[in-house]
Ligand binder design. Sequence first.
Ligand SMILES: *Cc1c(COP(=O)(O)O)cnc(C)c1O
Length: 488
Amino acid sequence: MVLITTAADSGESLHSTFASRYVQKPLPRFKMPEAEIPREAAYQIISDELMLDGNPRLNLASFVTTWMEPECDRLIMASLNKNYVDMDEYPVTTELQNRCVNMIAHLLHAPIGDEEAAVGMGTVGSSEAIMLAGLAFKTRWQKKRRAQGRSILSPNIVIGANLQVCWEKFARYFEVELKEVKLVEGCYVMDPAKAVEMVDDDTICVVSILGSTLTGEFEDVQLLNQLLSEKNAQTGWDIPIHVDAASGGFIAPFIYPELEWDFRLPLVKSINVSGHKYGLVYPGVGWALWRCKEDLPEELIFHINYLGSDQPSFTLNFSRGSSQIIAQYYQFIRLGFEGYKNILENCMANARALREGIADTGKFKILSKERGAPVVAFSLIDSSKYTVFDISEGLRRYGWIVPAYTMPADASDVALLRVVIREDFSRGLAERLVSHLSAVVAELGAAPGRTATAAHLAAGEEGGEAAAEEIATFWRRLAHRRKTSGVC
Ligand SMILES: *Cc1c(COP(=O)(O)O)cnc(C)c1O
């Protein structure tokens, strides 16, 4: 290529990438810069800075998809400029979303005939789907109350304290009280009997979580349905159930087809699932499904007519990208039931292998249950010398992102680590993670106890300073060894 330099570009294009003045200057952070820069420079600056982000594939903290097939990546790139809301202009995309809704409704046993349209819509994620489902329950309750000439001021939702933060957002944004069923040590999901004890005349729904964020465990929706039916019969109430199946909605149908947790249970009126978790699509898609038309109050729906047919719209935002919807449809037809089942069985097998490897170290107690999402949650048997937070930090130096956290109130003495197994987490990576975990534990075990020595120092005990020096040397050496051995 011949570069022709003009006065206007003052020779910029002749500089090597990293010698150009754009790359040498400090980056604009707060104020928009005055002048333009060449596109290559903008690209270079930003992609360099992004190198410091973690590697998504090693991010074991997240349920959200980090890998898709290159053919699907192509479809996504090709539809980046399509606004999903323009249903007139992109009727095919709209049609694909409707097909997805119907496929999911059938998967979740919605009581609809083969040719009948399912009730539901694509959202940005489970959070938006939950806002919509919660609003539908609230509106339904208020309508009934108004008809009875009674107060509509104090609606509540009964839910386990293992709830995901989006429920707290719903409660605050839409003024609904959350009545949390407390967890106890040893049981980290909602107890259906306790939940049913807590419902009252103002309860708009009970939420059951299929795939607890904390441990991946499935709650017993079937028992909840039974106990709540009994309560409704005794009291004359008609309190419904919503299932937050953000992760479990795309696991249970394939791995536990016999497990009744979905629309097979009569009180389950709505369900949310995250397309971007085990629906196997990149972030930006979720699904809200209702049992039937009667469960979605008409006044919440806005009707858009396109090509002679009625397109109901019930979403919080207007414009959004179409790519994720198209990608969801790709996964459905590319994988089919068989493909999803294979991928999930593989995830479960890898979770089992990881669980065994972690248990074999002899240092950890496994908190996640066999039945649930492919998640391994584990706590330290003995955390007097080092904690799960030290382990999380230690693993980070090998490149792994494994979060450490404490359980919610009433079980907050329990601190744990959690690994989420996704499609792209192979057996080889699982084995490597176990060996790095063992290495981190061995290093921490050999280290002089940080907490114990801090206590010595604080108490002014003899030998405290020498011990502190010894510790400092240990950590310095460790850091040096890591730096020189590199990260694999
Ligand atoms: C991830 C998750 C959510 C939130 O879903 P997004 O799709 O990230 O908005 C809600 N509930 C549960 C149980 C989850 O795991």
